[in-house]
Unconditional design. Structure first.
Length: 469
């Protein structure tokens, strides 16, 4: 088994933290900028509306109090301290002392638009004014039609003077963005800290020591699930590597003995001329055949685990009958099968399973072997039962491990490799089935279960999958 390499690398938690913080900062600047701009416009418009409403009221009331022969003095208020009356040439006719003798503005509204709101700036001083034109009829009575203008205003509030409002709101927004970004940085650090710990622990895990596990934070969030999944993957990886090492050790041991015997026989033939070469070769051939058998079964085992096989609908009952009919030997085999046992798989591999089970049963049987093939709970059930001594309950799983051979198997088949039953179970699992030894009154009862194909109408074939996992 190899460890797959070339997976896409995950970015470091530090870079994720920086990217998240940068994204939040950019979004914060955008949002706060829009809010700040809208807030500035709203505040400025609200303040200006209130001031101009008041200046218009003061100008309108003074104009309304003017009568022929009597023009009352201006009536400034606390909010509108600047009030003036000028003629058409810009000369001040009447003014309150605060407004002074100089015209507050040169703006003169037309007769069809009597009121204009303006802001006049001179040096560091800005004045918000309403310029009101005295109505034509009233000007005719008072000044023989000469246009006169009333100016009512006040100094511009410091909050909206120049760009102070924008600077104040911008500074508050920048402070808010900074606080938001700092909070995001701290929060991202707390969220990503478990990932940093997991990354550091994963970097410490090597193929020589797979016992380490990543810390699992409490809860059921994504990081906790990631840690649990990583530990489950490490458990499977450690188990697979342990099995691989054990398998390699067992294979080395199994191959070492026949290779040693083969080499010893050949060396004797070379060292001692009196030994007949043909006789030495004849003695070596069984050992070479055993080696070839072990290697062939190892190759079949490896191909089964690494290469998907082409599958097809297989009549399991007919396959069992064919394999039973092909068997000889001193122990008879009795078969009972039912029609319609269609499974999806490799005919060659399934035949290999049935053959190995029959050979094993005949080897351990005393007088007979019974084989049945029948449906059960949506599965095809193949049972091979012999009347021998059976398998002890504690050994029923061991016999499916590679190269495991019980004493009875070594005695009845000294040249066996111990891979037959392991190969059978691997084929059953690859076909999404199972192979087990189950209880029986006498002997060993091997049970193969495979998924049944759904029944199809006459003339129609179910579309099979192309491979068996």
């Amino acid at each position: 088994m190899g460890i797959r390499r070339g997976a896409l690398p995950l970015p470091r938690s530090g870079s994720i933290r920086a990217r998240v913080t940068l994204a939040v900062a950019a979004l914060s600047v955008l949002i706060v900028g829009v809010i700040a701009a809208g807030l500035c416009l709203l505040i400025r418009a609200r303040v200006e509306t209130e001031i101009f409403n008041e200046t218009r009221r003061v100008a309108s009331e003074w104009i309304g109090s003017m009568r022929r022969g009597h023009i009352p003095p201006p009536a400034p208020t606390a909010r509108v301290p600047l009030v003036q009356l000028t003629d058409s040439r810009g000369r001040v006719v009447l003014a309150d002392p605060v407004a002074g003798e100089r015209p507050l503005s040169a703006v003169r509204p037309a007769s069809d638009d009597r009121f204009q709101d303006v802001t006049e700036c001179s040096g560091d001083r800005c004045v918000m004014l309403t310029t009101a034109r005295v109505p034509s009829l009233q000007a005719m009575e008072l000044w023989r039609g000469e246009p006169h203008y009333v100016y009512a205003g006040t100094d511009q509030p410091p909050a909206i003077r120049g760009h102070r409002l924008e600077l104040l709101v911008g500074a508050s927004g920048a402070l808010l963005v900074g606080l938001w970004t700092w909070t995001t940085w701290r929060a991202a650090g707390r969220v990503l800290r478990p990932i940093t710990v997991i990354r550091q622990r994963m970097s410490e895990i090597t193929a020589h020591d797979l016992s380490l596990r990543v810390p699992q934070p409490p809860g059921r969030d994504e990081i906790a699930r990631l840690a649990r999944t990583a530990n489950q993957t490490l458990d499977r990886l450690e188990s697979a590597v342990t099995q691989q090492r054990h398998f390699a050790a067992v294979v080395s041991h199994e191959l070492k003995s026949p290779l040693t015997g083969l080499r010893t026989g050949l060396e004797e033939a070379l060292l001692y001329p009196e030994i007949d070469a043909r006789e030495a070769i004849a003695r070596s051939l069984p050992v070479a055949e055993r080696l070839q058998q072990i290697i062939d079964e190892l190759l079949a085992f490896a191909r089964l685990r690494n290469t998907p096989c082409v599958s097809e609908p297989v009549d399991l009952g007919a396959l069992v009958r064919a394999e039973v009919a092909a068997r000889g030997g001193e122990v008879p085999v009795h078969a009972r099968t039912e029609p319609g046992l269609r499974v999806l798989g490799s005919r060659v591999q399934l035949a290999c399973v049935v053959t190995n089970l029959l050979v094993n049963a005949q080897r351990h049987a005393i007088s007979k072997v019974d084989v049945t093939a029948e449906p059960a709970d949506g599965q095809a059930l193949v049972t091979v039962l012999d009347d021998g001594d059976g398998v002890a309950e504690e050994d029923r799983e061991r016999v499916f491990e590679p190269f495991v051979r019980l004493d009875a198997a070594r005695r009845l088949d000294p040249g066996g490799s111990g891979l037959g039953l392991a190969l059978c179970r691997a084929i059953a699992v690859a076909h999404k089935g199972s192979l087990r030894i189950e209880d029986s009154p006498r002997g060993a009862r091997f049970v193969l279960r495979l998924p049944l194909l759904p029944a199809v109408s006459p003339g129609r074939e179910a579309a099979p999958d192309n491979t068996v996992a």
